[in-house]
Design a protein around this ligand. Sequence first.
Ligand code: NAD
Ligand code: DAU
Length: 353
Amino acid sequence: MTFSKTILITGGAGFIGSHVVRRFVNNYPNYHIINLDKLTYAGNLENIKDIEHQPNYSFERADITELEQIRQLFQQYQFDAVIHLAAESHVDRSITDPLIFVKTNVLGTGTLLQVAKENWKDNYEDKRFYHVSTDEVYGSLGDEGFFTEETPYDPRSPYSASKASSDHLVRAFYHTYHLPVVLSNCSNNYGSFHFPEKLIPLFINNIRLMKPLPVYGQGVNVRDWLWVEDHASAIDVIFHKGRVGETYNIGGHNEWKNIDLVKLLCRLMDEKLDRPAGTSEQLITYVKDRAGHDMRYAIDATKLKEELGWMPSLQFEEGLSKTIDWYLSNQTWLDNVTSGAYQKYYEEQYQIA
Ligand code: NAD
Ligand code: DAU
């Protein structure tokens, strides 16, 4: 079969990556999509089971920090483009174990950039390196204001510092070598296949099991939530139409104080589980705050809207309701990822390339 483009997507067995892979495989049958993932604790091929037999999809288990593995895959597939999502992504883990974040997010991104440059340097035409990043690189807001593409970087956790470093490397490869890059910085995502260490899926799982809901500090921190499929649609638009060398912020103007979000989640779950009103709220437990906890994130996505016409499709309460329904209909997935049984399976089933 002949394809019009061969695209490497990294981190496609993770939460957002699985939605991006699914969208590209289904919407672009003339693209060959190669999903490269190390399958860490956060990577799970169950997340993309529905598309694994599509003729335009391939999976490669590999590590983005391993230069020779990446060189060999570029040699084998002759990629035209990279959409780079693979990362260590959880802030709390970065506080307890920062060096794996430096390795994966900084060295891993540097490795992909270097190999893309080696392969493409004689002809950059129709090539593209898309780096997926986060709003956390901009730091923490007070009560007012929004992050724009011009906001100076001020990362404050090992996670956000490692993502900021990776963004700087991507821009350095653009300015120094003219590598055709594009970047986006997105706010907090929610939706299906979200690993239950992050706030929303963790709390859905705990409510289902009647376990405590550990709210950090006073629960007053604010996050700007976007449905993961809207993030995937923004990535699609930016990949195809974004200008080389540019950065686009992605967000849905949907700010929630943590405690208000948790109470909404409790109310919706009580209704769906047919429990008396107020049952889940009793599980709320205030715990020691996250070290260096950023107070507020809020994205101004005007550039993306005005330049590329992207808008989020879903209102939050509808999205949250759909998300809860998904987890309640996929309780085996939740049990598997929380038991760790699937990791053992992958260790036995797959060898590093
Ligand atoms: P995730 O933790 O769910 O998935 C990360 C994926 O990367 C996993 O499949 C994992 O196996 C893979 N991976 C990790 N180390 C690897 C390595 N060395 N080599 C190859 N693969 C490796 O993360 P996510 O929440 O889906 O985030 C994806 C990207 O989007 C990240 O770059 C993150 O910084 C960014 N982002 C996330 C959010 C969010 O709300 N989750 C918001 C904005 C941006
Ligand atoms: O803003 C984008 C970022 O959003 C992404 O770059 C990260 O990869 C992603 O993990 C997410 O980071 P956050 O730290 O904002 O997400 P998390 O779900 O961990 O936490 C959301 C808020 O909820 C935050 O203020 C901390 C709080 N929280 C979180 C957990 C896990 C709690 O109060 N209790 C918890 O148990």
